[in-house]
Design a protein around this ligand. Structure first.
Ligand code: ADP
Ligand code: ADP
Length: 225
């Protein structure tokens, strides 16, 4: 069994005007794949990621992560949303270390890793600052550090670089690819950028709206550095 297995996944949002956001998603994502998810606004990309993360419940079908049905937030998952969700009362360093604390692992052993991630995202001088002292792009970069700090087996990214300037975005893309090559953890990466999707992904899934379905799954077979 792979990393993520979806069969006939439906998601209907509740309420009289509740949208059918997903209408039969079938997907088999083996461990170690980098899956880019493309599609126009409103086609259910975020909903699918949130279902995989256990943040939404599916209304029909089967959804398994690491061979087990999703019930609540599974272990070993890193998540980055379009907008950061840092805790205001914690420093940047302490925000980044949250997944380590949640996993009851010794925080001291991650000092070097955190320093490396801070340097990578040009946040070294802000380790002891608080989220409100940083710009939106800087907070987003801190959220990316947090998702990467404990090498999650499954990394879910919902347009993580959308708010960053073009140069930083390119640098983050290269870095994300390097990290993926090193760790070979599974990544699901939602983006609007076709070039970004093809650069990063070894599989590209294309969603179509009304209702949300996968209309194409493309395997990219490029030689990698
Ligand atoms: P995408 O990420 O591809 O833009 P979404 O998953 O955000 O698409 O949205 C899919 C559909 O579900 C859209 O029609 C959207 O309006 C609807 N939707 C998303 N979130 C909610 C919600 N919390 N409650 C009700 N409808 C929602
Ligand atoms: P934005 O999210 O507004 O696009 P960036 O994250 O790209 O901003 O930040 C632009 C630059 O501005 C940062 O690299 C940093 O040098 C500087 N900067 C932003 N906020 C602060 C701050 N609170 N203190 C010091 N420098 C800051």
């Amino acid at each position: 069994s792979g990393s993520v297995h979806a069969a006939g996944v439906h998601k209907q949002y509740p309420g009289p005007r509740g949208v059918q956001a997903l209408a039969g998603i079938d997907a088999d994502i083996p461990q170690g794949r980098f899956v880019s998810i493309l599609g126009p606004s409103g086609c259910g990309k975020s909903t699918f990621l949130r279902c995989v993360a256990g943040l939404e419940t599916i209304t029909d079908g089967t959804l398994e992560v690491h061979g087990k049905p999703v019930r609540g937030a599974p272990d070993g998952i890193g998540i980055v949303f379009q907008r950061d969700a840092l805790l205001d009362w914690r420093s940047i360093r302490s925000n980044i270390l949250l997944p380590v604390e949640f996993a009851h692992k010794p925080v001291a052993r991650y000092a070097e890793k955190v320093d490396h991630l801070l340097a990578l995202t040009k946040l070294t001088d802000f380790a002891n600052s608080y989220p409100r002292e940083l710009s939106g792009g800087m907070r987003q970069r801190a959220a990316i550090c947090r998702a990467l700090v404990d090498d999650p087996e499954l990394l879910l990214m919902d347009e993580p670089f959308g708010a960053l300037d073009a140069l930083t975005r390119d640098q983050m893309n290269v870095e994300l690819q390097r990290i993926w090559m090193e760790t070979r953890n599974t990544v699901m990466f939602v983006t609007h950028g076709i070039a970004e999707a093809v650069f990063l992904g070894d599989v590209v899934m294309v969603f179509s709206p009304r209702p949300g379905r996968i209309v194409e799954t493309i395997t990219i077979d490029l030689p990698r550095p």
